[in-house]
Structure formats: structure tokens, C-alpha cells
Design a protein. Sequence first.
Lengths: 173, 173
Amino acid sequence: MEVAQLKTIIRDIPDFPKPGIIFKDITPLLADVEAFQTTVDAFAKRYGDKGIDAVVGIDARGFIFGGALAYRIDAGFVPVRKSGKLPHKTHLVEYDLEYGTDKVEMHIDAVGPNHRVVVVDDLLATGGTAEATCELIEKSGATVVECAFVVELDFLNGREKLKNQEVFSLIHY
Amino acid sequence: MEVAQLKTIIRDIPDFPKPGIIFKDITPLLADVEAFQTTVDAFAKRYGDKGIDAVVGIDARGFIFGGALAYRIDAGFVPVRKSGKLPHKTHLVEYDLEYGTDKVEMHIDAVGPNHRVVVVDDLLATGGTAEATCELIEKSGATVVECAFVVELDFLNGREKLKNQEVFSLIHY
């Protein structure tokens, strides 16, 4: 399967999580062996020779792609989670949502100053979570080589919020 | 690295998530390339020739191991999530916690009657979530070949709650 075909497998769910939003459901892509392999392989091709020490996956769908990618390219895996989920000492970054704020955490010893990491999530929307994740990584002194997404919603300008980072997405809407 | 060595990499966190509980923190195992590879490879060796159509990963740490395993053995990946997270129509199972109840969901079209699946999570504690996950899978008519865990807390008797299922764990406490 080609990367260009992945778009045909992603499902539109109208009015989720709230009225007026069309949710891009990537679960059919996960369930399709060839589509999932194509997705992970596309990331592996891009990052396999970049000296990546760790894949940082964003809770929770970023764990699926990030776990597979880390395995495939012989990197470690580091979870970034919503506040209160990680058991050890953490760095914490608070960021703005449309209404209110949210917080993400990463263990303070998860990555170090000489580490090169790639950030993985399923979807780039407004970019708030990914930007906060990059800030967590930089607090630890590590280098964000790139932020990688399966799907990017171009009209939400997440790339603008991540303007200090390299950004790569397989599929654009 | 041997599976027997994985235990040395898992970290005890006292009093998390509440006083008196010693949390088994698997994030050092994820961050260690060799340990993560050993873990996924051990599952792949066990399930690679069992005709597995889908790996069902339990939200959220089960996504990391499950995603990597699905990729490795050429299976699809299916997420089971806490209530309200999945966008499409779902089966739902409510199950008892120590205090109160919880709910897990799986998309109704995620697996079908001829599918053979393996359930993956990081930890088998009391077994409530895993048992509910098996029930979701059986509602869809699919067959649970086995439930696979990285860590099993033997003293919590999760295996007894899963007595109708095959259960396999890499590490026991």
C-alpha cells in the first residue's frame, strides 16, 4: 500500500466530540494490517537513519504509532501524559485550550541532554499539545529532531504554533 | 537481554497512585532499547505463528506494547478505551472496581466472528479491565486466543478473575 492510499481508510465521524466537528477516526487504519504497516514504515524510513535515541509518544493514540516506531527503529519509547498519570518525578507544562488550559507531563529522567528524539502523535490539530511536549523535551535538554503526525488538519494552523520545530505529516486535510 | 533481566529495570514507586501502594513503573523498560525489544520479541515469539488477526491493546500503556506487537507480527491493532473516547458506535462493558464501577468500550466493527485476537496490557492486577475487554471481544463474536501482560501481580489474583481465558505474563511479583 502507498501512503497516498491511507486517506481512503480514515473515517469521518460527524459531530464528535461535539456538534459541528468532523472527527478523523484512524481506528480503521490501525485495524488494517497493510495500512498500519505502511504508516509505521513511512515514519521508519524517514527517521531510521537520523540517530534517534527515543520516540516520544503523546497520550494516548500517539502511543500506538510511537510504540511501533520505537520498536522498528531500535529507539527507546517515552510517554508524555496528561497530568497525574506518571508515577515518578515529572516536568510539567501547562498550555491553553480553546476554553481553559491543560497540562502534560514527562518524567524528568526520561530523556537527557545528548538525546535526539522524534515526537509522534496521530493528529496535528491546533498544535497545543505537541508544542507543550516539545517544551517538556527541551526542559530535559534533549533535541527534538522532528514532530511526526499521521494526519494534519492544515486549516487549524498547528504548523504555525510549531514554527520553531520541524513538522512532518503523512496525510493532509 | 533475557526476559528474566527485565525485572531489574522495572522501578518501584511507593505510595502511587495512593498511600500504601507500590507502583510498578515500566517507563524505564520502555526507555531502554534492549529491554523494550526483548519484551515485544517475547510476545512476538509466542503469538507470531498463532494466526492472530488483531492485537487488542488496553488504554493507555497497552497501546505501547500492543502497537509494537501488532506491527511485528503483521496483525491489526484495536484499541479498547475508557468510556467516551471512541468516536464510532461501540460495545460497552461496565465492571466493578474496589469502590464504584468503570466502563470500557470497543468499536462494534473492530473485530468480527472469524477473528483471533490477543489482548495486551502492561499489568495484570485484579483483572477487572482485562476481563471486561474479553467480554467486549466476545460480544463481537471474535476469539480471545490469550491475554498477555508484561507484569503480573500474583498476589492480586487477576488470573482467577480471568479463569475462562488463557493468561500469559513475562514477569511475576
